[in-house]
Ligand binder design. Structure first.
Ligand code: 4NP
Length: 173
């Protein structure tokens, strides 16, 4: 039987059909490449509910497929209050996602909420919303998410090899 994951990450965007499902799939591949398959549970959600139950946007599916990643089994869901208990890290794709996450977090409990590119790369930049743009926007989003996912996986691999000593807060990872 597979070991229980040691940590969990929720990727969050607005609709949960373009950026965060792609991040979930790309991060899973990056974690596997860095020896962390099965050790980190991944999921994604949207702060808005328009697309609940829908598969990822075909443009996200296409760019993922071109890179050997299958995200077709995902279905959009909306962020829930439970997510703040279930996930160690909640990574928003852009500043408005992070603001929505912070507003929805239990009072005083938003230390696990971060901007994805800031957390992964130390760059306080958005993954821009590609929904209303063309297919090339999805290529750029893929490349950004891929770079950040690789950095995230390297960071988590180091962390899971040498966990902080007991007593040290782990909520901000
Ligand atoms: P996502 O993109 O947040 O990356 O999934 C969007 C998807 C749908 C909408 C906006 C952004 N929408 O307005 O329906």
């Amino acid at each position: 039987m597979a070991a229980k994951p040691e940590m969990s990450i929720l990727f969050v965007c607005l609709g949960n059909i373009c950026r965060s499902p792609l991040a979930e799939g790309v991060a899973a591949a990056a974690l596997a490449r860095n020896g962390l398959a099965g050790r980190v549970a991944l999921d994604s959600a949207g702060t808005g509910g328009w697309h609940v139950g829908s598969p990822p946007d075909p443009r996200s599916v296409a760019v993922a497929t071109r890179h050997g990643i299958d995200i077709t089994a995902q279905a959009a869901r909306r962020l829930t209050a439970d997510d703040f208990e279930r996930f160690d890290l909640l990574l928003g794709m852009d500043a408005s996602n992070v603001a929505a996450l912070r507003a929805a977090a239990p009072p005083g409990d938003d230390a696990r909420v971060h901007l994805f590119l800031d957390y992964a790369l130390g760059r306080p930049h958005d993954v821009p919303d590609p929904y209303f743009g063309g297919a090339d926007g999805f290529g750029a989003v893929y490349r950004t998410i891929q770079e950040a996912s690789e950095a995230l996986a390297v960071r988590l691999a180091a962390r899971l090899e040498s966990p902080p000593s007991s007593g040290q807060a782990s909520s901000t990872m």
